[in-house]
Design a protein around this ligand. Structure first.
Ligand SMILES: NC(=O)C[C@H](N)C(=O)O
Length: 494
């Protein structure tokens, strides 16, 4: 029997509209599922009342014969980086513990205006810094997936949107918001067998999204399939005068534009992404993806993105530089936690608050960022990294002369065990090799599940598009999805 929690965004929306079930039944099914999955630690706060209120509004509107809003009665998970009015927003950090924002982020407000409800706030790497969720101050999220060779190794759901990926994969919500600075939507989507799209920089407002690296941060959608990503993203995106970098462009009806026919599309395969030591299974999946898009009618060609190998080092200078500036505001005066040791003066209060409030990875980034922005090193590091960023963007511009989209693996590995990489920041940063270049260039990109590795763990394929071409990205994603026929889901053990 299909449970309501097996249904995604489109099926729930259509079922509520058509009266197959009530929004109340949907909200009850999901809130129940959430309350039974505490072991995964995906939710930091549960907000059943919010979801139930949206359900009631949807059911009342339907009873009155009113036209239903686009997401009427659909319950969602919200990454804890989004400010939610009156509901704690911590960014996964102690320093914001207890912070109840007095306002709503523009993206979440749009979702409520579209009739959606909130099941709760989702755990994440602290300030979105990480690829495994282990940097959360509130305990790591556990992936619902396990290796098929048994053992009880608990795996990471990826990061930083790991609460979102775990919750969607474990059927705790039909879809969730994520944010992506250097891969934080795509890598966790790849690790958990779900789809995730990071739109063009500026598509989704950053207003009310707790800042990490402002020139890179971008909200996006995480869901069980490409269609649901299109539906959700359409309601999240749109111009916002409150964000100076918001794109003043109409949001297309991406759902209506979906087509898996890739005839006439040229898809580039960047040769620099064939890294030494790439696991054979990732290489094989990539080749499989190439065959799938050809089967969908696309022409496939090799392209060159010559500066790819400098993308990761440039990102790990630019992102920490921006973080060190953005995080300067957490001084114990304005938000959240304050540590005031006996007899401490103002400086000592700042130091104690930041020392206790920030985790190790956040401190590492603030220190790196402060260093690369300091007078003696600014030109050697920060200016150089910005130049590299321009070269990366130019690489893509050159590639677009020959192709319309790019196809790559999403991540260099399947999900790894908790603790396996936490002592080695460089190994952790390498998770982002395939996702960071498009982030630096502000381009739309998505991950869709392609298959399982030998251990039965999901692997994702990434499609990258030209700025503003989310439709092209979604369509190629749909073509892959149809051919991959990925139906695997984690067995409940939690
Ligand atoms: N925020 C992100 O996109 C995650 C990335 N792995 C980082 O730690 O910066």
């Amino acid at each position: 029997m299909t449970e309501l929690t097996d249904l995604g965004v489109r099926a729930l929306r259509d079922g509520i509209r058509g009266g197959e079930f009530s929004a109340r039944e949907v909200a009850d099914a999901y809130t129940d599922q959430v309350s039974r999955a505490k072991e995964l630690n995906a939710f930091l706060v549960e907000t059943p009342d919010h979801a139930l209120a949206a359900a009631k509004a949807a059911d009342d509107a339907r009873a009155k014969g009113d036209t239903l809003a686009p997401l009427a009665g659909v319950p969602l998970g919200i990454k804890d980086l989004f400010c939610t009015k009156g509901v704690e927003a911590t960014a996964g950090s102690h320093i914001l513990e207890g912070f109840k924002p007095p306002y709503e982020s523009s993206v979440s407000q749009r979702l409520w205006d579209a009739g959606a409800g909130m099941l709760g706030k989702l755990n994440m790497d602290q300030f979105a810094m990480g690829s495994s969720n282990e940097t959360s101050a509130f305990g790591n999220v556990k992936s619902p997936w396990r290796r098929s060779d048994g053992g009880n190794a608990v795996l990471t759901p990826g990061g930083s949107s790991g609460g979102s990926s775990a919750a969607v994969a474990a059927r705790l919500c039909p879809a969730a918001t994520g944010t992506d600075t250097g891969g934080s939507i795509r890598q966790p989507a790849s690790f958990t067998g779900i789809s995730g799209i990071k739109p063009t920089y500026g598509r989704c407002s950053r207003w009310g999204v707790i800042a990490f690296a402002s020139s890179l941060d971008q909200a996006g959608a995480m869901a069980r399939d490409v269609t649901d990503c299109a539906i959700l993203l359409e309601q999240m995106a749109g111009f916002d005068p409150k964000d100076a970098t918001s794109l003043d462009a109409p949001v297309p009806n991406w759902e209506a534009g979906l087509s898996s026919d890739l005839k006439g599309k040229r898809i580039g395969v960047p040769k620099e992404y064939r890294m030494d030591g790439m696991p054979a299974e990732i290489e094989a999946l990539w080749q499989q993806g190439i065959d799938w898009v050809k089967d969908a009618g696309a022409e496939v060609l090799e392209v060159s993105l010559p500066h790819t190998k400098y993308a990761l080092p440039a990102y790990y200078i630019i992102a920490p530089a921006e973080a060190s500036s953005n995080l300067a505001r957490y001084d114990g005066v304005r938000y959240g936690q304050r540590d005031l040791p006996d007899g401490a003066n103002l400086q000592e209060m700042y130091a104690a608050t930041r020392d206790h409030g920030f985790g190790d990875e956040v401190k590492r980034r603030v220190i790196i960022g402060t260093y690369v922005l300091s007078a003696g090193f600014y030109d050697a590091y920060y200016t150089q990294a910005q130049k590299v960023r321009t070269l990366i963007a130019r690489d893509f511009d050159m590639a677009w002369q020959d192709c319309d989209l790019l196809l790559t693996p999403t991540a260099p590995s399947a999900a790894f065990g908790l603790g396996e990489k936490s002592d080695d920041p460089i190994a952790m940063y390498l998770n982002d090799v395939f996702t960071v270049p498009s982030s630096l260039a502000g381009l739309p990109a998505m991950s869709v599940p392609g298959g399982l590795d030998k251990q039965g763990l999901p692997l994702g394929l990434q499609v990258i598009g030209k700025a503003m071409d989310e439709q092209g990205v979604l369509n190629a994603g749909l073509a892959l999805e149809e051919r991959a026929g990925f139906r695997a889901r984690p067995e409940a053990w939690w």
